[in-house]
Design a protein around this ligand. Structure first.
Ligand code: ATP
Ligand code: MG
Length: 569
């Protein structure tokens, strides 16, 4: 009896599982099927149809040079990452590759994820369109057909979702395609890479394909930067094969196109969307040209909470800053040790722990401080006053740095005119943060502070203007805050006096105007001058050191007033 082809749920473009195609599997068709299976490019050129960009008609998919590179890389390598301009055919090539794997491999499962569900669905829908254009003898019979997923009678299946750790949990996939990965929120992208990718990579032949247009120096950038390093260095930070597509490789994109895009949307838009520059999505504290070239090194020792970049050296001078977590979970307590013996300074040790009890911190700081030649210690006391107090009072650590409020504006402060009150630690108010950020920016951009730590560099890439100050765009910024504390400390003249290295002097005027202008972003909206900041003192009474050599923080406030007046802010 002849079984009539009726299509899946009445859709004649889809062959239903268990029903042979009209005309059957003739020997010629079988030969062609095998040719398509073994030659994906032949399959694409002869059978895959796509929508023409200008008309609603279908044309055969003739992969462009860069699409071909992508296709070959996916077939040959396990992991591929690609950086593409807008509207260059990412979705098309991903759909075509997925189609080939689904039809010609048994029990093949693919997860397609994007920052938004409908973006991922776009690929599934392109894939379904391509599938429906195939002759029915080249299709696999369909057992399930939904908007966001489908299954074939050879056991292969595809599903789409948003990029989140829960989307991939509890299922195994042979291939994960992550589209627009740069648009996934930083903490989600990081979690995804850490928790999902290792489980996928444990499969012998499983593949991960990441595609995106850049968007700032985020996690996509990190993987891309590591992948491109593979080409240049022997050391392989990851095994992603990078594929860069340049804007003028896309047909029809020439200088005239570029000019008209810039005219319509501005240079920034062009740089990011078409020239694929990894410029920051917003104004980062550290210049993005500097952030781009900062390269991480492996620590010499590492545990879950600590990363050591240099052991304590005899006769070296060290400073430690401590950022104490608010204690609401989420954020980390950080202790960061700097070698300040000679310029450039260097981050040598990092302790970073989300779960440490505040009561346990002083003892730990004490140990680290002792180990690093009695490092001077500056504790951020907004949440860490108790930590600073215990370190000073109970542990009697004599190298705790004290601060006093420099009060010049009457009213609003408890401490009266002329009175002095020194407390261990420093409260990071607006002024102190302003000074810390300015100095940190200057130190890093002038190569006066070496940072090898991957996580710290990553935080700096997200450390940008937020509301009226600097903070992480998304995720944590505890490491960056430890650096800001160091910036503040080095501005106080404390460091230079302990070591005879006057970093500040050598860079004093470099970038000053630029920094001032940028930092003003923090204040100009409200026109209210920043409150006055603390001044460093020491646990030994060496007030003279500060008075003689260091500008009072107020001078910055006066500078600001002067500028506001001149610019009318
Ligand atoms: N090789 C090709 N030949 C002709 N047209 C193509 C080719 N590849 C893609 N296209 C067409 O170019 C248009 C854009 O393709 P696609 O949606 O795949 O790009 P994209 O890079 O994913 O875009 P977006 O940045 O918007 O996500 C579509 O109309 C597609 O059919
Ligand atoms: Mg797309």
């Amino acid at each position: 009896m002849l079984i009539k082809e009726t299509g899946f749920k009445g859709n004649l473009l889809i062959r239903k599982a268990g029903i042979p195609p009209v005309g059957g599997f003739t020997p010629d068709r079988q030969k062609e099927f095998i040719k398509c299976a073994t030659d994906p490019l032949y399959f694409c050129r002869k059978y895959v149809k796509i929508k023409h960009i200008d008309f609603e008609r279908k044309i055969l998919f003739k992969p462009r040079g860069y699409q071909l590179k992508m296709l070959e890389s996916i077939l040959k390598n396990r992991n591929t990452i690609s950086r593409w301009p807008r509207q260059s055919g990412k979705t098309t090539v991903l759909a075509a590759v997925a189609l080939h794997y689904l039809i010609f491999t048994r029990n093949y499962s693919i997860l397609i994820a994007a920052h938004k569900g409908d973006k991922a669905q776009e690929i599934v829908s392109a894939l379904q369109d391509m599938f429906m254009e195939l002759p029915s003898w080249l299709q696999q019979g369909v057992t399930e057909w939904n908007k966001r997923s489908f299954k074939l009678e050879n056991g292969s299946r595809v599903k789409c979702s948003t990029t989140s750790t829960s989307s991939a949990r509890g299922d195994t996939y042979n291939m994960i395609m992550l589209d627009e990965f740069a648009f996934v929120a930083a903490h989600v992208a990081e979690e995804f890479v850490k928790s999902v990718i290792p489980t996928v990579s444990s499969g012998k032949d499983s593949k991960i394909i990441i595609t995106s247009t850049p968007r700032g120096l985020n996690y996509f950038y990190k993987i891309w930067a590591e992948a491109t390093k593979v080409v240049e260095a022997e050391r392989k930070p990851n095994d992603f094969v990078p594929i860069a597509v340049e804007w003028n490789e896309v047909p029809g994109r020439d200088e005239a196109f570029k000019e008209s895009m810039i005219k319509q949307h501005g240079k920034n838009f062009w740089e990011q969307e078409f020239a694929c520059a990894f410029i920051g999505s917003s104004q980062t504290l550290i210049d993005s040209s500097k952030l781009l070239v900062m390269v991480a090194m492996d620590p010499i020792k590492e545990t879950e909470e600590t990363r050591v970049y240099a052991e304590p050296q005899p006769h070296h001078v060290y400073a430690m800053t401590v950022d104490v977590a608010e204690g609401l979970g989420g954020d980390f307590s950080v202790a960061m040790v700097f070698d300040v013996t000679a310029s450039p300074y260097r981050v040598v040790y990092i302790y970073q722990d989300r779960y440490i009890d505040t009561m346990a911190l002083p003892g730990l700081i004490f140990e680290i401080g002792r180990r690093y030649n009695n490092a001077m210690v500056l504790v951020e006391s907004n949440f860490g006053q108790m930590v600073a107090d215990i370190l000073w009072r109970d542990f009697q650590y004599e190298h705790v740095i004290f601060t006093e409020r420099a009060v010049k504006i009457p009213g609003g402060f408890k401490v009266g005119w002329g009175s002095k009150r020194q407390v261990p630690g420093v409260q990071m108010n607006k002024t102190a943060k302003h000074i810390g950020c300015t100095t940190l920016k200057s130190l890093i951009e002038n190569d006066q502070l070496i940072i090898d730590d991957d996580k710290t560099i990553e935080e700096l890439r997200r450390f940008a203007v937020k509301k009226k100050s600097y903070a992480a765009e998304t995720g944590n910024d505890d490491l960056a805050m430890a650096l800001v504390l160091f910036g503040w400390l080095s501005e106080q003249g404390y460091v230079k006096h302990q070591t005879d290295v006057n970093v500040r002097a050598s860079i004093a005027n470099l970038n000053k105007q630029r920094i001032d202008n940028q930092m003003l972003v923090a204040y100009r909206n409200d026109g209210i001058p920043p409150d006055t900041g603390p001044v460093a003192a020491s646990s030994a009474n060496d007030d003279w050191l500060l008075k003689e050599n260091d500008p009072e923080p107020d001078s910055i406030y006066l500078d600001d007033l002067d500028r506001w007046e001149r610019h009318g802010w």
